[in-house]
Design a protein around this ligand. Structure first.
Ligand code: HEC
Ligand code: HEC
Ligand code: HEC
Ligand code: HEC
Length: 151
């Protein structure tokens, strides 16, 4: 309870969540395997599939590079799904699951995917959450590494 109060005061003081993205490279140092998997995925080049003209079109940006205008971070990145990392990405916060979530870490779910993978996206098949989730797996290797280092 006391911690919540401190966090609340902290946010009021810094004007929380304005420009709180750090970029995918900031996650890379501590999550190299997740980074590598993301880098190989379509999300890491979602902006590049657009023509230069389309890259400036806010309609296309809204799914292909949604944080570019407000956060200066292009493509669909770690923080598009997990939330801006400025306040949660120090080691002591990251190791405290509850605190990390209090200061911005999000748990992406099916609804989050569907904010982009909806009927307006040019897919021929309807979005199948389970199989699409498998296609962006960057957690199995992270969890295995964590288990190994905890032994
Ligand atoms: C200074 C190192 C560091 C940085 C930078 C960092 N993390 Fe972490 N992260 C950790 C540690 C340590 C854990 C705790 C679990 C573990 O040991 O792997 C963790 C856990 C997580 C978890 C799982 C949290 C949970 O409770 O389920 C997610 C998701 C995550 N990080 C995402 C990110 C993202 C996205 C970024 C970049 C914005 C980032 N991290 C930056 C060290 C870091
Ligand atoms: C509602 C979100 C959304 C909007 C808005 C959107 N897209 Fe997409 N787009 C997607 C998704 C999701 C995919 C991937 C679909 C799939 O393969 O399942 C995609 C795929 C594409 C692809 C195919 C990329 C490839 O690897 O083959 C192109 C090209 C594309 N979009 C162009 C555009 C353009 C141009 C605009 C703006 C006029 C736009 N999109 C607007 C969500 C969106
Ligand atoms: C398209 C959305 C999306 C993007 C982009 C994304 N993630 Fe994730 N991430 C997820 C989802 C969803 C899960 C949880 C999957 C599950 O539990 O089934 C997850 C899980 C994780 C975990 C493991 C958490 C745990 O509980 O063990 C880490 C660490 C992580 N992501 C870090 C990153 C990093 C670092 C990046 C960028 C290099 C990134 N993610 C990009 C959606 C995303
Ligand atoms: C901010 C918008 C956005 C969100 C949120 C998002 N995606 Fe995507 N996703 C895209 C775009 C845009 C593409 C197409 C990029 C390309 O073709 O280069 C894409 C492509 C993909 C692809 C590769 C193409 C395909 O359909 O097989 C997979 C898999 C995928 N997304 C899974 C997910 C999952 C799972 C989630 C939720 C955890 C998610 N995405 C959340 C925008 C998004």
């Amino acid at each position: 309870m006391q911690r919540l109060a401190i966090v609340t005061v902290f946010f009021a003081a810094v004007g929380a969540f304005a420009h709180d993205f750090l970029g995918a490279e900031s996650c890379q140092a501590c999550h190299p395997d997740a980074y590598a998997a993301w880098q190989a995925s379509a999300h890491a080049r979602a902006k590049q599939v657009l023509s230069p003209q389309q890259q400036k079109d806010v309609r296309c940006q809204s799914c292909h590079s949604p944080d570019e205008a407000s956060q200066k971070v292009a493509n669909v990145t770690c923080e598009t799904c997990h939330g801006g990392g400025q306040f949660y990405s120090s080691t002591y916060v990251m190791k405290d699951a509850e605190l990390a979530r209090l200061v911005g870490l999000l748990d992406p779910n099916e609804k989050a995917c569907r904010s982009c993978h909806d009927n307006a996206s040019p897919s021929l098949k309807p979005f199948d959450f389970a199989s699409k989730l498998k296609a962006i797996d960057h957690w199995t290797v992270e969890r295995a590494r964590r288990k190994a280092t905890q032994k």
